[in-house]
Design a protein around this ligand. Structure first.
Ligand code: PMP
Length: 428
């Protein structure tokens, strides 16, 4: 058994001053029947807790750490930047550099605005879509998570799904009524909502690869179908690429699948581990944003120089030759190895993977939407999670999350992870 005395002491202390002891719900490890580990540091593929336990990390801060923790070039750039000042609340060249890099990487983005989180990005993109179209309703998908803004906390994935509170108290019914929910991978459910709400829908927001109900890839034709519906009906198509942007390809899921949204939201990787979000799209839409236009959006720390620096340096490193191919090869090896280990142990597992995002669902049925994801055996997942932790493998503490590979993970570490999975499946 790993020793967790210090983490337990810190947790006992934290719950008296921080609700639930954590600053974001899933971190509490509640759904996997464990106490959270308090982290003291991380490097490359490894994360080290307050008791000195070292784990191979497949959470990667929930996505941003695609290069691994503390990449020396990112660290050096941020150290250099902080010496010059950590926040000015005034424009800097760094913001232009990152904006230009994003625009070059994602052709559907003609202009972009930086914010400080994915939540702000989606919330602002929706306000802009509403302001631009003059319509109030939005369509989202059951099990997709777009941050915790009021109108998006309806049938949401990630922590909201893990804790079984898809509709949070505190969200006024008057807000939630404008949010219509369709089924992921089900175009008929979208068409029905669109025809029932003719000329009232401002936008459809979707995770092009769902990553917050576990990893659920889009079926062939799904994203293309959304594109056609939006074009025909004058609805703005928003790809929430907070997780997939710069993750599944340099140009995100839209590059991978060749489908062009009107607007895109970004976060995680473009901040290189510092707090960042961004939303962008067609110039015609983006220019409606204040102060160019009348739709308001602002932020004290937006375009923060440290975050911009970490993002710029990260994006530069992602441009290395074969970066995404190598990441995908390692992910394929690990995800495949885990499935083989489960099969050998007679443990029913359904695996999904797109690039370096992957998930092992505890069940045998195909998972293609929230209803099928929700059928998984979360109790078996919880046991697996705890067994893997004992083996030195740090996974996201919920069945409804995505695992991430980083460039820092090595082949021996992947072998070690598969070995750990083999032992864990046998112990279930
Ligand atoms: N959209 C997606 C697709 C996400 O995965 C997340 C966070 N996991 C968000 C939005 C919200 O981002 P943040 O936590 O930075 O507010």
């Amino acid at each position: 058994m790993i020793t967790t005395t210090t983490s337990r002491q810190l947790f006992a202390r934290a719950i008296t001053s921080i609700p639930g002891g954590v600053n974001s719900p899933v971190r509490a490890f509640k759904s996997v029947g464990a106490d959270p580990l308090f982290i003291s540091k991380a490097s490359g593929s490894r994360i080290i807790d307050a008791d000195g336990n070292e784990f191979i990390d497949y959470v990667g801060s929930w996505g941003p750490m695609i290069l691994g923790h503390c990449h020396p070039q990112v660290v050096a750039a941020v150290k250099n930047a902080v010496e010059k000042g950590s926040s000015f609340g005034a424009p800097t060249e760094l913001e232009i550099i990152l904006a230009e890099m994003v625009i070059k990487a994602v052709p559907s983005i003609e202009m972009v605005r930086m914010v400080s989180s994915g939540t702000e990005a989606t919330m602002s993109a929706i306000r802009l879509a509403r302001g631009y179209t003059g319509k109030d309703k939005i369509i989202k998908f059951s099990g997709c998570y777009h941050g915790h803004a009021d109108s998006l906390l309806v049938k949401a994935g990630s922590g909201a799904a893990t804790f079984g509170v898809p509709d949070s108290p505190g969200v006024p019914g008057d807000f939630a009524k404008h949010t219509l929910t369709a089924r992921f991978n089900d175009l008929a459910s979208v068409r029905q909502l669109v025809s029932q709400n003719k000329d009232q829908v401002a936008c459809i927001i979707v995770e092009p690869i769902a990553g917050n109900m576990g990893t659920v890839p889009p079926r062939e034709g799904f994203l293309e179908g959304l594109r056609s519906i939006c074009t025909e009906e004058g609805i703005i198509l928003i790809f929430d690429e907070v997780m997939t942007g710069f993750r599944v390809a340099y140009g995100g899921a839209q590059e991978l699948f060749g489908v062009t949204p009107d607007m895109t939201t970004l976060g995680k990787i473009i901040g290189g581990g510092l707090p960042v979000g961004a939303f962008g799209g067609k110039k015609e839409i983006m220019e409606k944003l204040s102060p160019a236009g009348g739709i308001y959006q602002a932020g004290t720390l937006s375009g923060n120089p440290l975050a911009m620096t970490a993002g710029i340096e990260t994006l530069r490193l992602l441009q290395q030759k074969d970066f995404y191919t190598q990441l995908e090869e390692k992910s394929q090896l690990l995800a495949g190895g885990i499935l083989t280990a489960a099969k050998a142990a007679g443990c029913p597992l359904y695996g999904t993977r797109v690039g370096s995002m992957f998930c092992a669902f505890f069940g045998t049925e195909e998972v293609h939407d929230w209803d099928s994801a929700a059928k998984c055996n979360t109790a078996a997942f919880a046991k697996y999670f705890r067994a893997m932790l004992e083996e030195g493998i740090y996974l996201a503490p919920s069945q409804f999350e995505t695992a991430f590979m980083s460039a820092a993970h090595t082949l021996p570490e992947i072998e070690r992870t598969i070995d750990a999975a083999r032992k864990s499946f046998k112990s279930l």
